[in-house]
Design a protein around this ligand. Structure first.
Ligand code: GTP
Ligand code: MG
Length: 196
């Protein structure tokens, strides 16, 4: 798929304001600051999604169109403590609703910082996806921060732990900065968007 042709559609405060629930959608999810928006920008080779050093930047459900039938979704990050409780509740609610109700959701890219993967909320999300038969691509982000040996060891460890869940889960190291794992991401998305 020509991911560089993605265009911004809308920022929705809740799922009622999303585009019609038809076609195929792939969502990028993960803790605040995990690198979701950066991964989307690297994939599309555009500055589509706002990135920030301040966690909690993406508070709306941002939607991008690849074509009439296919969309990429940048979900609000979870697990960031330092935001007002009301705001947190609101956007965690929209995240939960999106995951539970969206019929067009075909796959989830779960982004986790390679230095701190598989936190409780990550595991909640992955377990939910497995329970709902939604395939998961786990990207261990900011892999440029680790030396190669440590990076590989981390990928193997996460792969082993997640293989026990018995779901459709793939794990790769990823770096938006270095372009690492970008091909693997595009291949997985092609598979979800275009079928085998
Ligand atoms: P929220 O929208 O707040 O949930 O965050 P996010 O998951 O969208 O993270 P974002 O892409 O905004 O990146 C957060 C921070 O991590 C920014 O300072 C990025 O520059 C940095 N970052 C993202 N990807 C990488 C990477 O591959 N390597 C390094 N070294 N830093 C990265
Ligand atoms: Mg973001």
């Amino acid at each position: 798929m020509p991911y560089n042709r993605a265009t911004f559609i809308t920022s929705a405060p809740d799922i009622s304001r999303l585009p019609a629930d038809s076609g195929i959608e792939v969502a990028f999810a993960g803790r605040s600051n995990a690198g979701k928006s950066s991964a989307l920008n690297a994939l599309t080779d555009q500055k589509l999604a706002r990135t920030s050093k301040t966690p909690g930047r993406t508070q709306l459900i941002n939607t991008f169109a690849l074509d009439e039938e296919r969309r990429l979704i940048d979900l609000p990050g979870y697990g960031f403590a330092k935001v007002p409780i009301e705001m947190k509740k609101k956007w965690q609610k929209s995240l939960g609703e999106y995951l539970q109700k969206r019929q067009s959701l075909k796959g989830i890219v779960v982004l986790m910082d390679i230095r701190h993967p598989m936190k409780d909320l990550d595991m909640d999300l992955i377990n939910w996806a497995v329970g709902s038969n939604i395939p998961v691509l786990a990207l261990l982000t900011k892999a440029d921060k680790l030396k190669q040996g440590k990076r590989k060891a981390e990928v193997l460890q996460v792969r082993k732990a997640l293989s026990e869940l018995d779901g459709d889960i793939t794990v790769h190291a990823f770096s938006s900065l270095k372009g690492l794992g970008l091909k693997e991401l595009a291949w997985q998305l092609d598979d979800w968007f275009l079928g085998p």
